[in-house]
Design a protein around this ligand. Sequence first.
Ligand code: ATP
Length: 303
Amino acid sequence: MTAPAGVTVRVPAKVNVQLAVGAARPDGFHDLANVFLAVSLYDEVTATPADELTITCEGPDADKVPLDRTNLAARAAELLAARHGISPDVHLHIAKDIPVAGGMAGGSADGAGALLACDALWGLDTPRDVLLEICAELGSDVPFSLVGGAALGIGRGERLTALPVGGAFHWVFAVADGGLSTPAVYGEFDRLTEGVDVPEPTASPVLLEALRTGDTNALAGALANDLQAAALSLRPSLAATLTAGTEAGALAALVSGSGPTTAFLVKDAEAAESVATALTASGTCRTARVATSPAPGATVLPA
Ligand code: ATP
């Protein structure tokens, strides 16, 4: 009998087109109204049979990815195996194209990818709702990495409602040198909003309508990230990146999630290329990537 072949799953990055953040709760988490949009930058996670759980990673940021059990891909394999009472004996290889610690949910993508890859490799056929439960246990952004498209996340961002999207949007992402820690950015948000009456986070009806109709100009006017001030406070140099992209013709610019990646909404593919070229030449970022949205969620690739 031949050994079973590996299973490869492709998983998208995300941008938060709206990230409304409430005041810190007693448990330290924040209530969110988080509008996720999956974008066409992908990691690929390949699961192959092995004697024990091991991880390898390739890509420009591979040296920043932990290869131990703290990797979200490893944790996903362990949680799935535990649910089924089996041992998580698998080799996981991550081909990493999503910036690490960039506010684009790269680790979450690998968690969702590993979950789906192991489920297929081990022939478990775990129901979708159970996979989503495991994703929520792994982290607030992981359920969205599984489903992709566009969704509103409430609670810590993990309680998802799929959103209709009426057309394609074009983006440029400026990748910064180094990452920003998501907890540090939330800590800075708490510091900046101390004594301020932070409103309940709610999704913007104008933004949801812009997504539904595929109206790029309306979406540009409605983009909002409550973590942006905190990210800029920790990394003031991001202001120059935002300005460089806007001056190059982007319709709108914002920090992606907790940063330090910055996102630029542009009118079409041609504008994306010229804004990316200008951003790279500006010297205000490490590199610039073009992408479209919405992108599909975690998908098993044909063998
Ligand atoms: P988010 O947008 O969800 O806040 P992020 O994109 O800012 O996340 P990640 O790329 O997910 O950040 O990485 C955050 C940290 O998580 C890394 O610094 C790393 O230590 C850890 N980590 C665990 N698993 C992974 C993984 N598979 N890929 C990258 N980082 C991982």
